[in-house]
Design a protein around this ligand. Structure first.
Ligand code: FAD
Length: 390
């Protein structure tokens, strides 16, 4: 039985050779959503991970579940064109709705709740850019209302040149959400094997053979890599960059205004700050990214970043009172388009890769589950082309 910090009762089997219809590599939120969707469409699934379940970046996530992509719609349109940008935004809106329905349908207890999103003008996008963004969203039918500086101050007590407030976001406990999905996968006959490090992939005309460092030979009709920011080396590195990011959680019973309990807040600044609260009254805040992929592993950076995030919160919301009880860092990916990668590995027919880059990585995991489930049923998701390698 694998040990997880959540004491999740997941099946783990003695490691023998694995032969199954579909093998999903990675037991974070992407692997869980993909495996769940595949099983719902009638596929038999085995999940492999070199670690215990949910101990990748899913555990580090602050789980603001947003349709808003790191690039505002009007900027995304400049890089991928208006039709693709509007489709990506609309698809993200739908993904948060679909994730909400899934959690309710499966009765997963994960502190899931709807949130409004408050996007503050900053040094990356000021009030004029936010006005252009709201205009673009109106044209695309995507939620978002512009707040003037005066309205922002009156409603939220925040001094900035403007903001966009929108409905359609959510928040959840990411570990409980993933554990809930994994439990249902196991209950419906799926298998989860930990301590299996996949080191090679041989994709043939009719299936895939995986090499593992420490155990079984693995044969499958289809393989899906949901390995998070540990992107398989077969994916061209020019398509993505891995950074470091940091987050803090306060002790319960932090003192904050009532609106913060129903809002996820983030800012259009570099460095940026984002925050939300939890049902037990904790404040979760993060940001202060650095370009280096391994900076988060350097112990003294954690203390520096913790202080910086705490000061960022105090500068923005001086009346909030909190004591940091946990702080951590993690790897965080960005793609050149701000869209995720959901595609076959180059040169293969039966090997897929899901890399949900961006601040809304979990929303992208939901889209990936839908795109992959459709593809493995022989259908093509109408938005699949948005997320493919060029
Ligand atoms: C501090 C922080 C805050 C974040 N906040 C948010 C947020 O607010 N909202 C949001 O949507 N997203 C957020 N994200 C991003 C989000 O957490 C990720 O997009 C998401 O967790 C990725 O999930 P995953 O399942 O793809 O990857 P992971 O959870 O990393 O899982 C990948 C798994 O694959 C396994 N694996 C890797 N390589 C191999 C191999 N070769 N063989 C076997 N197993 C392998 C790993 O052991 C791991 O368990 C945040 C990330 C960080 C670090």
């Amino acid at each position: 039985m694998p040990h997880t910090p959540f004491d999740v009762d997941l099946a783990s089997e003695a490691i023998a050779d694995v032969i199954d219809d579909v093998v999903v590599i990675g037991t974070g939120i992407s692997g869980a959503l993909v495996a769940h969707a595949l099983m719902a469409s009638g596929r038999a699934v085995t999940m492999l991970d070199r670690r215990p379940p949910m101990t990748g970046s899913t555990l580090a996530s602050t789980a603001l579940l947003q349709f808003e992509i790191d690039l505002p719609l009007h900027r995304l349109a400049r890089s991928v064109g208006w039709p693709a940008a509007t489709r990506a935004y609309r698809r993200s809106v739908r993904a948060v709705q679909d994730l909400t329905s899934l959690v309710h349908h499966e009765r997963i207890r994960c502190a899931f709740g709807a949130r409004e999103s408050l996007y503050l003008a900053g040094d990356a996008y000021g009030a004029r850019a936010l006005a252009a963004e709201v205009e673009a969203r109106e044209r695309a039918g995507v939620p978002g209302t512009l707040l003037s500086a005066a309205a922002l101050r009156a409603r939220y007590g925040i001094a900035r040149s403007g903001a966009i407030v929108s409905t359609g976001s959510a928040a959840a406990n990411p570990a409980q959400l993933t554990a809930g999905l994994l439990r249902r996968i196991v209950a419906r006959g799926g298998r989860i094997l930990s301590d299996v490090n996949v080191t090679g992939v041989e994709s043939g005309a009719s299936g895939v053979e995986l090499t593992t460092a420490n155990g079984p030979r693995v044969f499958a009709n289809q393989v899906v890599f949901c390995t998070g920011y540990e992107v398989p080396t077969l994916v061209p590195a020019r398509e993505h960059r891995i950074h470091s990011t940091w987050a803090v959680a306060s002790a319960p019973n932090a003192v904050f205004p009532a609106w913060l309990a129903r809002t996820v807040l983030w800012e259009a600044s570099d460095p940026y700050l984002y925050l939300r609260t939890t049902a037990d009254g904790r404040l979760l805040a993060g940001g202060r990214d650095e370009d280096a992929s391994s900076a988060y592993t350097v112990a003294h950076r954690l203390a520096v970043k913790t202080r910086a995030i705490r000061e960022d919160v105090r500068a923005l919301l001086p009346n909030v009172r909190f004591r940091v009880s946990h702080a951590w860092g993690g790897a965080f990916g960005e793609s050149t388009t701000a869209l995720p990668l959901i595609d076959r590995l180059p040169g293969t027919r039966h090997t897929w890769v899901v890399a949900g880059f961006g601040g809304n990585g979990i929303t992208y995991s939901m889209i990936a589950a839908q795109v992959i489930a459709a593809a493995l049923q022989g259908a093509r998701d109408p938005d699949a082309g948005l997320f493919m390698l060029p």
